[in-house]
Design a binder for this molecule. Sequence first.
Ligand code: CA
Length: 650
Amino acid sequence: MKKMIGILLLLALLLSGCGSGRAVKVDVSSDTLYVKAVDNLPKDFILGMDVSSVLAEEASGVKYYNFAGEEQDLFRTLAENGVTHIRVRVWNHPYDAEGRGFGGGNNDIEKAVEIGKRATQVGMKLIVDFHYSDFWADPGKQMAPLAWKDMDIETKTEAVYDYTRDSLKQLRDAGVQVGMVQLGNETNGALCGETTWFNIQFLMAAGSKAVREVFPKALVAVHFANPENAESYASYASKLDYYNLDYDVFASSYYPYWHGTLDNLSAVLGNIAQTYGKKVMVMETSYAYTDADTDFSGNTIGAGGGVAKPYPYTVQGQANSVQSVVETVANTPGGIGVCYWEGAWISVGQNSWEENSAKWEQFGSGWASSYAAAYDPDDAGKWYGGSAVDNQAFFDADGRPLESLKLFGLLRGGNEPEITVDAIEDSELVVDLNGVIELPETVNAVMTDNSRQAVPVTWEIDEAQMKAMLESGPAKYDIVGEAGGLEAHCYVSMVEFNFLSNPGFESGEADPWIVTDLGKTEQLYVEDKATDSLSGSWHMHFWSAAPGSVAFTLEQPVEGLRSGTYQYAISIMGGDCGETDIYAYVKIDGEIVGRAPMGISGYGNWDTGRIEDIAYAEGQEITVGISVKCAGEGNGAWGKIDDAMLNSVG
Ligand code: CA
């Protein structure tokens, strides 16, 4: 009897193990991680994770742990912490003629089947990301697989259909639960070697047809990058509509460093969702928890600026960034989910580049191996190496989960432990080479809930170093300090500072310049035309047909100057002006104290009026300007004024 019960239990377990797999209980708590609840998060909202590199990582000896410190199947750990979907990229044949992998996980359909089975075992669904290429496809390149390279569009369309259908059948036969299938990866106007929408749509339609046949319940997704270009997105959606592509989800990558604001993302995706009746989602996002590299192979995000940094590179900052993306998509019309990109692509070793490189080559655990040269000699074949995103994973270099991983399980209910200081916000300062370096006395502490609190700061710099900065010409400096027990940075740019506002009219308006027409100048306005500008795309334009009608001044009062010596310059070009009376001028307390005559001598011949040695004392009123009078000839006097500058010379 006992034996019988045992067999029945085993049968029950086997049966429950069929199909959808065993859902893992999500039971997460944290004493430290702050998570603002996302209200009304739909029950079926996709919280995805791309772990395409995992098999190559494991083959390289990487071990993953759970929060109890035990080695545990990565998929189980992700499921326990609230991840619902696993995304996997699929390349047609990422191997050279000798069968050596190109790297990046060597992700072909066999790898996807294995990853899909493990995801299914713990109740997660798979998002299949067909690149329709033998290696990385993104906005920079969309190369056809080698075997399809010379096919005409009809043959290639058939190949896409057959390949998609056969690949999906392998997943279905293995019992993998497929929730969504992508028709290409970041297909910004190119796919599989095709660069016209007329051809691309044939390939996408073929892929879509195959998905509908093999997995009728799965969602069909298209995927683009660069949502900051709203017009491009509107154009992609419109093309797909024009060609009547059968798809469900318009998905976007969203990397906060490069891809604009969340408000813009929401507006762009929401607009497409409402215009075309589609679902929308963020298919890739990620955020750095540290600026340090851990695998001896450089990262896409490190220390230093040049990218948007809405959150500090900390474990809490990473969680806050993902929370904000989820909250945004959940509140966007048609928003169904967010997928994190490569949350487990960590270092394969701590000893040396050589040791790691050997593993990247053998197991494909780096972003590319040297063997990728067979397919992509100019990029992957040249710059191959390890993980460029190990500092954006949810596991540290030893495979231990970061507290931020709990975010997925805490999003619904929120988690609000005591707010503490998480990092010090970077400061930025622009200093005139003839000015004074006044570093801030306080800096903002970034709290765990991303609020700010001012705290006193001590900068590690002395008088001699500051003097050297003033004497070394235009340059940028990273001044290190200490605030609230943490490191602070002030990025100082030493510049030849221009004290004028809107000096080249690049705001698109004249303000705060005062334009006074003293004659009957018919056209006198700021104009957007780069070829007629000295720099940038805007300038002040004038034109008048009637002889002698051009007569105006353009001037700007300047406030906030220190006592000292200054110089002023402004430039003009034009034609058909006949006899002219044109000069740059400086007024102090209403009196002209400097005047520089200028002339007009034809298109592109810019003449600069320069007034040096302007002595100014605080309290005086100073105004700079240009006065223009033209007798005119021929078809009327015309001209352009641009690039004024008032700077300190001592
Ligand atoms: Ca790295």
